[in-house]
Write a protein that binds this ligand. Structure first.
Ligand SMILES: [Zn+2]
Ligand SMILES: [Zn+2]
Length: 301
């Protein structure tokens, strides 16, 4: 499988001379394998360029098949959705998967962002066939030959992480999550401290253990490295993590390769490169490769 980064930024897209090497578009990652539907993780502003690339091949002929797998539906993960060209070519087929209670409500979430107050046209302008699939945390299902599993992440409103497997290789998309250390972020944006409630302590531990099991043996872990440790200490309730926590998880699970993702909008190229190099030197090694997601680059598994 080939994993390509189209948007690597978190929170807000950035256009600035100091982000040209890493890229300023928000979260969008495509995974392709011969003869399998194209998988798209999140639809931030990077999705526009992905759509253009896909139109050059079978999606331009109305013969493309793909699926969107959403971590959650915060702005930085959906802003490119209505700008995805293959939706406007008849014959293409897509399944849109996101955490939700049922398929119809999920469609309404996306119809909401295309409401007349916010956009020029609605979902009924799509010419491609689009099916909606509400997914739950801790679920396993298939999309063509792909095996897909989900896990609950620690984020305001809850996000999900995905693990996909094909031909003995595995990729994990895990973004928008705080560590499961001393807080549980959930629906309604509540932050609960464990010393207040032993039931919450047990839940945090259980979710943390589930995450550790989820990553075991993965070839590539793409992870939310939005914060430095100092920034995390200031805003733990934002629901983002650090390279140190991601690498702890990767090492515990024997992951082969760890990649920084969902970069802070104010993390400039030279700063990000220095952080990755420093982290690789301190915490990487021959058994764990440490890298940086840059827009336009791919990883072959
Ligand atoms: Zn985000
Ligand atoms: Zn978010």
């Amino acid at each position: 499988m080939r994993v390509t980064f189209y948007g690597v930024r978190g929170s807000f897209p950035v256009a600035h001379p100091k982000v040209t090497k890493v890229g300023g578009n928000t979260s969008c990652v495509a995974v392709r394998a011969p003869g399998a539907p194209t998988l798209v993780f999140d639809a931030g502003t990077g999705t526009r360029q992905l759509g253009r690339d896909l139109m050059a091949a079978e999606f331009g002929d109305g013969q493309g098949e793909g699926a969107f797998l959403f971590s959650h539906t915060h702005w930085d993960h959906i802003q490119g959705f209505m700008y995805f060209e293959p939706f406007f070519r008849a014959g293409n087929r897509f399944t849109v998967c996101a955490r939700g209670s049922h398929d119809r409500r999920l469609r309404q979430v996306f119809a909401g962002q295309a409401d007349r107050s916010y956009f020029s046209f609605g979902l009924d302008a799509f010419k491609a066939q689009v099916d909606w699939r509400a997914v739950q945390e801790d679920e396993t299902f298939t999309i063509g030959p792909w095996k897909v599993s989900t896990v609950r992440l620690n984020h305001p409103g809850i996000a999900v992480g995905y693990r996909i497997e094909l031909g003995g290789k595995s990729f994990i998309y895990m973004t928008d999550t705080a560590p499961y250390d001393d807080q549980l972020l959930s629906e309604g944006f509540h932050v609960r401290r464990p010393d207040e409630d032993p039931e919450i302590v047990a839940k945090i531990r259980a979710h943390g253990a589930a995450l550790e099991r989820f990553v075991v043996g993965a070839d590539l872990l793409l992870y939310d490295t939005f914060f430095t440790q100092e920034q995390y200490a200031q805003n733990p309730h934002w629901g983002h993590s650090t390279p140190e926590e991601g690498i702890r998880l990767a090492r515990q699970g024997g992951v082969g390769r760890f990649v920084f993702f969902h970069h802070h909008p104010e993390a400039w190229d030279d700063e990000l490169e220095a952080r990755v190099a420093d982290t690789a030197r301190r915490l990487g090694g021959r058994d764990l490769e440490v890298g940086l997601a840059r827009e336009g680059e791919s990883v072959e598994l």
